[in-house]
Design a protein around this ligand. Structure first.
Ligand code: R5P
Length: 287
């Protein structure tokens, strides 16, 4: 098996190659002076089982992914699987207002055009998987995300909104501790408010678990509520660390002691790899 490292996912691809006992294939990539992307897979992949990995936290990452699929397909491999560790645009999963683009459907269609099965990690809503026109599978990172939280001694898990309660419950069952949630209202892309709620967290080390940290507003509100109610330590845990703008500073200012994320987006906060949970699904689809 050959693992093709997209420009946005070099670390995860290497870890996944180790996990699968597969060969790593480098991709040459650059930008033309006008900003357009160029990718080339120089290694001959004819007749090989190929897995390409490219995460999509920004528009240019999507373009690189589509180009990479074409570069891989040009070698006529025996099979090819596309891993999109973070599926960007998944939060625009419906037309909230008339006339809006249904963004995730547009991008899922584009990725499906290469006719390769797709694997992603904790998409924002499970229903987005139905937008692909090719076999598409999601995996959960909760099993690996729980590791650093166990090391931190977390003894309470909080979901910073109702949508994250499923994730929080899974982590709490792994850590064997209680979980609760708070109710969030989104006022705009950058503004969220969180309802007051009494939480049994006095003296506890609390993990706040969410799928995405973007501006950090959701996590910061939760952290402040926890600090106000006597939590001793607060660990912000997310699958996808987007960390837009000054998100990390916002978290620290709100009383977050440590922020941990996976390597679906590779940042200094990537404390664990999703490779162990992605590998079995990739093996199944490639075979
Ligand atoms: C939304 O429902 C997601 O699960 C996250 O809570 C949200 O994307 C976090 O965004 P931010 O960090 O900007 O508050």
């Amino acid at each position: 098996m050959k693992l093709v490292a997209g420009p946005a996912s070099p670390g995860l691809t290497e870890t996944l190659a180790d996990e699968l006992g597969a060969d790593l294939v480098e991709v040459a990539h650059e930008r033309f002076p006008d900003g357009e992307a160029y990718v080339r897979v120089a290694e001959d992949l004819s007749g090989e089982e190929v897995v390409l990995v490219q995460t999509t936290p920004a528009d240019e990452r999507w373009v690189e992914l589509l180009l990479l699929q074409d570069a891989v397909a040009s070698w006529d491999p025996a099979s090819a699987v596309t891993v999109v560790p973070y599926l960007g645009y998944a939060r625009q999963d419906k037309r909230f207002e008339p006339g809006e683009a249904l963004s995730v459907a547009v991008l899922a269609r584009a990725v499906s055009a290469a006719d390769m099965p797709v694997v992603t990690v904790d998409p924002h809503e499970p229903s987005v998987m139905e937008r692909f026109d090719v076999p598409a599978e999601q995996v959960s990172a909760m099993e690996v995300l729980a590791d650093p939280l166990a090391e931190e001694g977390c003894d309470f898990v909080l979901a910073p909104d109702e949508g994250a309660m499923g994730l929080a419950d899974r982590v709490a069952s792994i850590l064997d501790c209680p979980a609760d949630f708070v109710i969030k209202h989104r006022e705009s892309g950058t503004e969220v408010t969180t309802e007051q709620k009494t939480l049994d967290v006095d003296g506890r080390t609390v993990a706040v678990v969410d799928d995405i940290i973007s501006t950090g507003g959701t996590m910061s509100n939760a952290a402040r509520a926890l600090r106000d109610q006597g939590a001793e330590r607060v660990v912000a845990a997310t699958v996808h660390g987007v960390f837009a703008g000054k998100a990390l500073k916002k978290l620290a200012d709100a009383g977050v002691d440590r922020t941990v994320a996976t390597d679906t987006i590779e940042t200094p906060q990537s404390a664990v790899s999703v490779a162990p949970v992605v590998a079995p699904v990739v093996e199944k689809l490639a075979g």
